[in-house]
Design a protein around this ligand. Sequence first.
Ligand code: NAI
Ligand SMILES: O=CC(=O)O
Length: 327
Amino acid sequence: MPDPRVLVTTQYLSPDDEVDALLRAEGCQTLHSPWSGHREPGELAGLLSGVDAAIVGADPFTAAVLEAAPRLRVISRTGVGYDAIDVAAAAKLGITVCNTPGVNRNSVAETTLMLMLMSARRAAENLEDVRVGNWRRLPGVELRGATLGLIGCGRIGQAVADLALAFGMRVLAYDPFPDLDFAQRAGVDFASADEVVERSDFLSLHLVLSDETRHWLNAERLARMKPTAHVINTARGGVLDQAALAAALAEGKLAGAGLDVIEGEPLAADSPLRQIPNCVVTPHIGGSTVQARRRSGIEAAHNVLRVLKGEAPRNVVNPQVLQQAVP
Ligand SMILES: NC(=O)C1=CN([C@@H]2O[C@H](COP(=O)(O)OP(=O)(O)OC[C@H]3O[C@@H](n4cnc5c(N)ncnc54)[C@H](O)[C@@H]3O)[C@@H](O)[C@H]2O)C=CC1
Ligand SMILES: O=CC(=O)O
């Protein structure tokens, strides 16, 4: 294909980085339009109208947007979660969707531990005290000896388990597709969802967001947790009922929460979560390290180049497209 055009919307990729150089060295023309959480109606469809490939972050690729992209052959997600892309609509239109699983597992696992430690040591309140001139020295709890419950024990859940075990925690996990080899090797116990929710001192969410998992941690499950427990979410905001969490924290039914992801990012100016002292919120920085960004950008570019050359990319999330392509 002569001079394929590649739209790049991932916020941290720029026209003068090595990812762009890699694409240009293979004859691609690049067009950058970073996604920062908002676009005017019709803007994305307009950008896509003349491109062959897109390297994307969290932009919403709805069916309507995809239908306005007659040349588009591949959407290459930098990172893991592709819940913002209508994968079924892409498949119908013959557009390959691929992602880069694993590139940010260590970065997200470290973010998870950071949020656990911040919640355990009441970091938000203690830091605010220093900022406003107080010196109350609010006490926290140790991680050693506490039980961590993982909801979802795939790549990131397993990396979190490894770190938590090194901290001396017990680790329980719920996953409908449990990796029993990992559990045995690492010393993790799989249990039912109810048991994990009820026994955890720290409950950490690492499952994929889908229609089935939306608001997985709802008011009913939150009510079954220990009142001394902490909720950590580095998966997707939508797997947690935020209003129910805010109510449980405000009523003292949980000890604290650490959230890297929010339903409807960025966090609304009037969100009750901003007013809750024992809730730490970070702006979706789980995969935001130099190392993870570099790996995801390069791998996403290679996936685009593979599709443009008629080869299979490394991780296709709608493989029915490839089957359709076979004559
Ligand atoms: N905060 C951040 O910056 C980042 C967030 N993420 C999020 O983390 C999620 C997990 O990523 P990975 O571990 O790499 O994915 P993965 O696919 O390796 O693991 C997901 C696990 O969830 C399990 N699962 C599916 N349905 C479940 C259910 N109903 N209950 C419990 N477990 C269930 C799967 O069996 C799988 O083991 C991604 O889908 C993404 O949304 C990923 C990277 C960065
Ligand atoms: O949220 C980031 C991702 O890689 O998924």
